[in-house]
Each structure stands twice: as structure tokens, then as C-alpha cells.
Design a protein around this ligand. Structure first.
Ligand SMILES: Nc1nc2c(ncn2[C@@H]2O[C@H](COP(=O)(O)OP(=O)(O)OP(=O)(O)O)[C@@H](O)[C@H]2O)c(=O)[nH]1
Length: 409
């Protein structure tokens, strides 16, 4: 699947939260002193909700991020509410500024493998590990050694900017790598972690500002909660194999269709034979390639995986005739696409050979598949979506009868 910048759109909501928190930061002088204590507790409350949700949805990285940020916030509240000219607060501040971006980056790089199993131990261990490292060092090293350590990170780019230049670079590198993970995985978790890295950076860089940690860590919690809910929504509505919207999303969409629409049903031809010949795993890869082509349908079509090797495209507000060229373009693109099979007999013996063979499929290991399409529109005789779907299914049957790799209406 080609790498696109589309995943960056996932940053829209987190950036909105970021903008709102900056706005709130400007309003802190207006906050009634009675509410200040509550504001100090707000991040804990939001992180508690995130921990509960992450436990419920079995998301280890969100759970671990909430744990890490709660601990960082607790450290700020309990150890860093004095002047940073004193040794121990400065030591904890320096350690936090170096370890927090690293911890968030670590979570952005790890794959999601569920919370309450042995794979969940790795992301969960990051917080106790960092706390242990920081405290052990503070107890073990002499005041002179701690002072040398903080002195090494004392170089600031300009006066009035609290964060050291090395920690700032650490945040920048962590953010860039987390962005790369977002582009590769196209997942809500990475978008949330990118936003948390930015928010943690702003908190530590503007540390002198009153209430900054309470407001920006609350924003971190909100970002994680939003990411978690969107992630769970996608799990419920998106098909895991192809990444297309699934049957549940299709059923909801057709309920809300308006006065005019068309529906196309698509089915991979002779797919049972394909599976029997090349195996189920290759069949899965082919379904992904077919779905990738269908996802690029033009003309305002919304693609879905209907189930098995069947796909659907809904054209809201469109009559059938103008949809046909868009569907034909998809059908032709799939038929023209050569799929390279990397089976045992043709697999290169080593990576060097693999590199030289890449992009040069031989006739022996190349296959192609075709799809048949049936399309129907809303008319005065078929007024509800179920009837239009049934008509599209009948048209698909006719396309199969007509020899496959064609469209019928
Ligand atoms: N690999 C793989 N195969 C699937 C998946 N879902 C359904 N199939 C297979 O798709 C095949 C569908 O076979 P049929 O419904 O008989 O249709 P067909 O062989 O494509 O024949 P026509 O539709 O008449 O061209 C079955 O063998 C299913 O096992 C899937 O997720 N992955």
C-alpha cells in the first residue's frame, strides 16, 4: 500500500485540543482561586477515565501512556513546585525532560498487542522502569555527581526558556519518529502520542508559567481519551483485513440515504479456485490489493467490504448512469494489475538476490484476478435501500452469467 500523508489528518482533533489548551492557558488569571485545587486534580481525573477506558478496550499503549503521564504529572506536582535552582528539583526536572519524550516514543513504536497478556508487560513496564531509574540515581549518586549531571543539561538556547537544548532536541527527534510511525501505521494511537509529545514539550519549556502543567496535562488526557474512543470506533466499523469500512458501517449508512443514490455490489471472480490453488494467505493478500483499488473509486463512491470476497460501493445523491465509468475504471484497474506471488519455489535465497529481483515479476510467479459488478439505483419501483441492494445483487448475478469481469445493471 503506498505511503500517503492522509494519516496526518488524524492530528486535526489533537491539534484542536492543543489550541484550546493554549487559549485556556491565556485565561488562567481569570480562574477563581476556589477552583485552583480542582484544576490541580483535573489531570488525575481525566487520566483515571483513560485508564478505565483503555482497560475496557484492552489497549495497552493507551493504558501505559496514561500511566506514564499521570506519574510525570505527580512528579511535577510533588517535587517540582519549588525553584529549579535547587539541586533535587532541577535533577528531577532534567530527568523528566529527557525520559518523558523517550517513553512516549517507545509507546508510539511498539505494536498494539492487548493489555492483559504477556505482551502487555513491555509497554506497562516503561513507567516503573523510568521511575526506578530516576529514584535510584538520585539516591545512589553524590550531590556533586547530580550537580555535574544537571550542569551538563544546563545549556539553554536563550534566556527565559527553561528547557535544555539537548532535551528540546530529544523532544523534536521523538516527535519526528512518532510522526513517521503515524504515517506508516495510520492509527489514532500514534496521533495521540504525537500530540502528547508536543504538549509535554510545551509544559516543560514554559515551566515557569503558573498552572501550565495542570492545563496541558489535562489536554494530554483528553487527547488520549479522544484517540482511544476513535480507535475503538474504527475497530467496530472498519474491516481488519482490508482497512475498508465494514458491514456494520454499510448497514448504518444505507439507513440514512436520501432521495437519490446508487449501490454497486462487487465480487471477486472464481475466488474459491484462487484460494484452492494459491492458499488462503495469498487469497488474503489479493483481497487487500482488490480493496486498495476499490478504495480509490472516484465519483463520490464510498467503498465497503460487504463480507468475504464481496465489496460494495454506495454513491449517495447519484443516479446509476454517471456511476458506471467510475466503477468500470476500478474493474479495469484490477484486471490490469499483475500480482507477484512470492511462494517458496520463487522466493529469493538471500536478501541480496531479493533486492535485485524486486520489481521484476517473472511470468511464472505473476497472477491477476478480475471482479464482476452489479449496480442498481433508487427508482419509484425500488424505493428502500434493501430493494436497491437486492437489485444490485441480481445485476451482479447477471454479470457472472455474462462471463464475469464485466458490469451489469
Ligand atoms: N482468503 C480468503 N478467502 C475468503 C475470505 N472470505 C471468503 N473467502 C473465500 O471466497 C470464496 C468464495 O467462493 P464462492 O462464493 O464459491 O465464489 P467464487 O469462487 O468467487 O465464484 P464466483 O463468485 O461464481 O466467481 C470461498 O472459497 C471463501 O472461502 C477471506 O477473508 N480470505
Amino acid at each position: 500500500m503506498p505511503l500517503t500523508l492522509k494519516p496526518l489528518l488524524r492530528l486535526t482533533l489533537p491539534l484542536l485540543v492543543l489550541a484550546l489548551s493554549f487559549y485556556a492557558l491565556g485565561k488562567t488569571p481569570l480562574i477563581n482561586s476556589n477552583y485552583l485545587e480542582l484544576l490541580g486534580l483535573l489531570p488525575y481525573m481525566i487520566f483515571a477515565v483513560v485508564l478505565g477506558l483503555a482497560h475496557y478496550f484492552n489497549r495497552s499503549r493507551f493504558f501505559s501512556a496514561a500511566l506514564l503521564l499521570t506519574t510525570a504529572y505527580w512528579l511535577i506536582q510533588s517535587h517540582l513546585q519549588t525553584s529549579l535552582t535547587e539541586l533535587y528539583p532541577l535533577y528531577f526536572y532534567t530527568a523528566l525532560s529527557l525520559l518523558l519524550p523517550l517513553g512516549l516514543l517507545f509507546l508510539a513504536v511498539l505494536p498494539e498487542r492487548g493489555l492483559w497478556n504477556m505482551h502487555g508487560i513491555l509497554p506497562l513496564s516503561i513507567t516503573p522502569l523510568l521511575v526506578l531509574m530516576t529514584y535510584t540515581a538520585s539516591l545512589q549518586y553524590s550531590q556533586q555527581q547530580l550537580s555535574d549531571f544537571t550542569g551538563f543539561f544546563a545549556i539553554k538556547p536563550y534566556s527565559g526558556y527553561v528547557l535544555s537544548i539537548y532535551a528540546s532536541l530529544g523532544f523534536l527527534v521523538s516527535l519526528l519518529l512518532a510522526l513517521v510511525m503515524l504515517l506508516i501505521r495510520n492509527n489514532e494511537a500514534e496521533a495521540s502520542f504525537c500530540a502528547c509529545i508536543i504538549l509535554a514539550y510545551v509544559t516543560l519549556a514554559g515551566f515557569d508559567q503558573p498552572l501550565i502543567s495542570s492545563i496541558l496535562f489535562s489536554a494530554c488526557g483528553l487527547t488520549l481519551a479522544i484517540g482511544l474512543l476513535r480507535n475503538s470506533f474504527e475497530m467496530a466499523y472498519r474491516d481488519d483485513l482490508t482497512g475498508l469500512l465494514g458491514r456494520r458501517a454499510f448497514n448504518e449508512k444505507i439507513r440514512g440515504l436520501g432521495k437519490q443514490y446508487s449501490i454497486a455490489m462487487m465480487d471477486v471472480d472464481h475466488f474459491k479456485k484462487f484460494n484452492d490453488t494459491h492458499g488462503h494467505d495469498v487469497g488474503d493478500d489479493v483481497l487487500k490489493i482488490v480493496a486498495n483499488h476499490i478504495a480509490q473509486v472516484t465519483g463520490g463512491g464510498i467503498p465497503y467490504r460487504y463480507g468475504g470476497e464481496e465489496f460494495c460501493v454506495i454513491f449517495p445523491g447519484k443516479k446509476m448512469k454517471p456511476c458506471v465509468p467510475h466503477l468500470e475504471a476500478v474493474r479495469e484497474a484490477i484486471a490490469d494489475y499483475s500480482i507477484s506471488l512470492r511462494d517458496k519455489t520463487t522466493r529469493p535465497k538471500n536478501s541480496k538476490e531479493g533486492v535485485t529481483q524486486r520489481g521484476k515479476p517473472t511470468k511464472k510467479n505473476t497472477v491477476s484476478v478480475t471482479i464482476s459488478i452489479g449496480v442498481a439505483e433508487k427508482t419509484e419501483h425500488q424505493t428502500n435501500p434493501e430493494q436497491v441492494l437486492k437489485a444490485a445483487d441480481k445485476a451482479l448475478y447477471r454479470a457472472k452469467q455474462n462471463g464475469r469481469n464485466c458490469l451489469a445493471r
